[in-house]
Design a protein. Sequence first.
Length: 282
Amino acid sequence: MTIRELITLMKSKHHGVWNGTPIDESKTRDKILYGNPDVECTGIVTTCFASTDVIRKAHELGANFIICHEALFWNHGDHTEWLSENKTFQAKKKLLDETGIVVWRNHDYIHSGIWMENQWVDGIFYGLMQVMGWQKYLACDLKRPMVFEFEDATVESLAQEIIQKMELDGLRILGKRTGSVKKLMIVSHLIGPQDNQILASIEENDVDAIITMEMTDFTVNEYMRDSAMLGRQKTIFAAGHFNTEEPGMKYFAEYLPQMIGTDYKITYIQSGDVFGFIEKAC
Ligand SMILES: [Fe+2]
Ligand SMILES: [Fe+2]
């Protein structure tokens, strides 16, 4: 099958309905971001962000098709006109040309739904739950935001669990750094405009901790810090946007044979912990 045919097949196996309306092919982010899709597929790599290292590793594996969740060229819509003189753009483009890799973004489709448990579920957050092994703790339906209830979890134990299962090098936390966590919510984007709603939902759901994609210093971050200073059990596990969504693409690699069969070698390559940590020198 050509890569174009594979993409058509995959799209047909997702829900394809976003906020109540079918995904508009003229507007979706889920474009072929690079390469010629009219070639036979030699292997598939799933990842969150098709970074330079992911492209290199895919090529080493002999795979010519990367399915990523995020933009390839660092902007919404993957516009490249403005980057033509940019040195990093030129080098990444050269690597893609040399390797013959095709990159397709699966964002709107996977969030619209994969078929699991007799319903359409957000493939990224369902996959995250599976990778974390938290299904038994789910305290809501399979819609976002997901809330989990734990019996004997602590800030420290959850932090270590997140680091281990998300395959991170460390974890930033804000607010309370110790204590028990009875309820945890995975919140969506924290980028300013809708942050008040997230702050309200922290109270409505009565959660002790949240896992966040982004961090906004001037809204929810300072709210959680103040809450902790006032004696409340409030913690942010600030895993980061790509770190939080990447397990969903790990799960997608396992799920993909249900959509396209077993003829293709499918490999998940982690684009890796976004953050590095330098410890304070003594
Ligand atoms: Fe994302
Ligand atoms: Fe996403």
